[in-house]
Write a protein that binds this ligand. Structure first.
Ligand code: FAD
Length: 261
């Protein structure tokens, strides 16, 4: 965004791999495109200090290297804000990963529940997860269910331009299993040509019964493309059910579903 607005942008990376959780061939293409547009990447930056200077903020990194910038956006991760909120006084158990809950989002104190980023959990700490947990608690506490929480496949995206988005089984995980991977080049898709998309790829992952179990894409509309495929992944539609859906035409949904039948 800052680059598109005309700022000189340097990304100081902690290691040599960006966006580890995403399909690396896609990440590399996005980084190459950003590099072409003037974004600089410094792998293994090993930042030791930030100091205020008259003309900005000095970033000290690597072997005594320094770069002075106007703004610093710190995006090195988040930690649960669970200490200093009185959990000890209430006797609620938590670790450095967050509040410990059971499969009904109940803490060790029977009438105290927790949801959202503050939980110690494996699911991605994102808005859709937090919202899903809140809806679950609404149904549980209003007596509409007694079932344990059953997380769906949570989609994730990185809002680069183009974006990278994914849901379900990843190409990396599929490599060790009995799956069929279908690769599509986005600019070959007539609908994306309407939108003048010039780069992008997706990988659709099917089990042996042709149920869509995962999808990952990089493109300008990756998040919408993955969102539209969610029901197929979550509800394990078979091919007959996939054919039963008639989408608005032309649309990203029509284009995405055309590829999975
Ligand atoms: C920079 C950034 C960008 C993000 N972008 C995305 C994105 O694009 N898509 C996405 O899905 N997710 C994104 N996330 C993650 C997303 O914001 C969180 O997963 C989501 O907000 C979690 O919801 P929550 O209700 O658990 O916590 P929060 O939204 O953090 O809400 C917690 C609330 O509790 C309040 N609070 C804290 N301590 C106390 C206290 N002692 N007393 C009273 N109130 C208190 C806080 O002020 C806050 O309002 C982003 C996060 C960050 C930091």
């Amino acid at each position: 965004m800052a680059n598109a607005a005309g700022a000189a942008v340097t990304v100081f990376m902690r290691g040599d791999t960006a966006l580890r959780e995403f399909h690396q061939p896609f990440v590399k293409q996005v980084m190459a495109d950003m590099t072409k547009r003037g974004v600089a990447f410094v792998p293994n930056a090993d930042i030791s200090a930030l100091t205020k200077k008259k003309d900005g903020i000095a970033i000290h990194y690597g072997a005594q290297q320094e770069e002075t910038v106007d703004w610093v956006l710190d995006a090195i991760g988040r930690i649960p804000n669970a200490d200093k909120i009185g959990l000890e006084a209430a006797g609620v158990e938590y670790t450095k990963h967050g509040i410990v809950v059971d499969d009904h989002l109940r803490t060790n104190i029977p009438n105290i529940y927790a949801s959202g980023d503050v939980l110690a959990k494996d699911q991605p700490k994102l808005t859709p997860t937090a919202t899903f947990e809140s809806y679950y608690l609404f149904h549980l506490l209003s007596g509409q269910t007694t079932d344990p929480i059953n997380y769906p496949a949570i989609p994730t995206t990185v809002y680069t331009s183009p974006r990278i988005a994914k849901v379900g089984v990843t190409p990396e995980a599929a490599a060790n299993g009995n799956y069929k991977l279908v690769h599509n080049h986005i600019p070959d898709d007539w609908y994306r040509q309407i939108d003048e998309e010039t780069m992008g790829d997706n990988i659709l992952i099917f089990d042996q019964g042709h149920h869509l179990v995962g999808a990952t894409e990089f493109s300008e509309q990756a998040e919408d493309s993955i969102n539209t495929l969610l029901p197929a992944v979550v509800f394990h539609y078979d091919q007959a059910q996939m054919w039963q859906l008639a989408h608005i035409f032309p649309s990203i949904s029509a284009s995405a579903w055309h590829k999975i039948r």
